[in-house]
Write a protein that binds this ligand. Structure first.
Ligand SMILES: Nc1ncnc2c1ncn2[C@@H]1O[C@H](COP(=O)(O)OP(=O)(O)OP(=O)(O)O)[C@@H](O)[C@H]1O
Length: 347
């Protein structure tokens, strides 16, 4: 008799159309039932690509029909669009909005923006969570000043950690920083699934998700596991960053996640002594890119050494120095995000 293990093994040969990843590691195989020589397999895809369903069905049927010991195959492939109402209630039911913070390239300050955005939303009296899904360099637990690791309740739910009033869950709590990224893949996908299924987020108005930088398979997988209501793309004003910001936009369009807008970080330096504005990395590119791409421009965050110091100290600038120009820029960003989500954000 065929085993579930064997079934999953052969299904690993079925790649998600257009990607190098297979449908098993994406978590699309939802059920395998074996009764004697009868095999029933259910595959549920989350994608906006209409051709994906028939192609996966063809490929899966081909590999499954070659399994010895199977006489009758009942294969069911269903396709749901990301963010579709049918999917949303199962995933994070207490969370009103899930918004990703993404960047086309590393080092543009995506994590800094995610942390401060979460805090600025908190200051608008919202219940906020922050999920750090940056597999390459999870840093939110440090930036948000979370000292203790998460606790597990009696019914085996993980409690997010309080960081400056925001509920924080970070891959950094789980990953040994020395584990090479190449080994992290399966562990990370499992951990992310847990963040969605086993973390007691409770009732939240908004969950901010810090994505890994870039626009590859890892980012796509995460955006497919989490039905997102929107994404914010962080860029710096240099041309290279702007080119990558465009890639970010196209990635979200591919998976049908609305891009709420572009934010330009490290925009200009405002001298704290005389107020003089110096455009260290140029300025205005974020706005131009947003206009070209037809998405809203959500604002500019100035370069400020205090952003680094406060982030490293575990109390980001929005919490530590709410009157500073950078904190005020984050406040404007938070209001723009609320606006982009339709204004009525409270549960
Ligand atoms: N507006 C800002 N002014 C000054 N420094 C900033 C600003 N934003 C971010 N930084 C600093 O830039 C560095 C990179 O920021 P951060 O780690 O948030 O980037 P990232 O895009 O998330 O990086 P990664 O690609 O590693 O995920 C940090 O030292 C951070 O403190």
């Amino acid at each position: 008799m065929v085993t579930e293990q064997q079934v999953l093994e052969v299904l690993r040969a079925v790649k998600f159309p257009g990607l190098t990843r297979d449908i098993v590691s994406f978590g699309f195989v939802k059920g395998v039932r074996i009764e004697g020589e009868k095999l029933a397999v259910e595959i549920r895809l989350t994608t906006a690509n209409r051709e994906a369903g028939p192609q996966v069905e063809r490929d899966a049927r081909e590999v499954l029909s070659k399994l010895e010991g199977v006489r009758q195959l009942d294969l069911k492939v269903t396709v749901e669009a990301p963010g579709q109402a049918a999917v949303a209630p199962q995933v994070l039911p207490g969370v009103r909005y899930k918004v990703a913070v993404a960047s086309g390239k590393g080092g543009v300050g995506k994590s800094t923006v995610a942390a401060n955005l979460a805090l600025a939303l908190k200051q608008l009296n919202l219940d906020v969570g922050l999920l750090d899904a940056d597999i390459y360099g999870p840093s939110q637990h440090l930036m948000m000043g979370c000292v203790d690791p998460p606790r597990v309740t009696e019914d085996e739910k993980i409690l997010p950690v309080n960081g400056n009033g925001v509920k924080v869950m970070s891959l950094g709590f789980l990953l040994d920083p020395d584990t090479p990224v190449i080994w992290r893949g399966p562990m990370v996908m499992k951990a992310l699934q847990q963040f969605v299924e086993d973390v007691a987020w409770g009732e939240l108005d908004i969950l901010v998700v810090d994505l890994p930088p870039g626009t590859g398979d890892a980012q796509l997988t995460i955006t497919q596991q989490l039905p997102l209501d929107g994404a914010i793309i962080v860029t710096t004003p240099q041309d290279v960053a702007l080119i990558d910001a465009r890639k970010g936009l196209f990635m979200f369009q591919k998976v049908n996640v609305p891009v709420l807008g572009v934010v330009e970080n490290m925009s200009a330096f405002l001298c704290p002594h005389c107020g003089y504005r110096t455009e260290i990395f140029k300025s205005g590119g974020g706005r131009r890119t947003a206009e070209e791409l037809g998405v809203p421009f959500l604002g500019e965050i100035p370069i400020d050494p205090e952003v680094v110091v406060t982030g490293d100290a575990g109390r980001p600038i929005v919490a530590a120095r709410p009157d500073s120009p950078a904190a005020q820029a984050f406040d404007r960003l938070a209001r723009a995000v609320v606006e982009a989500l339709g204004g009525r954000i409270r549960r």
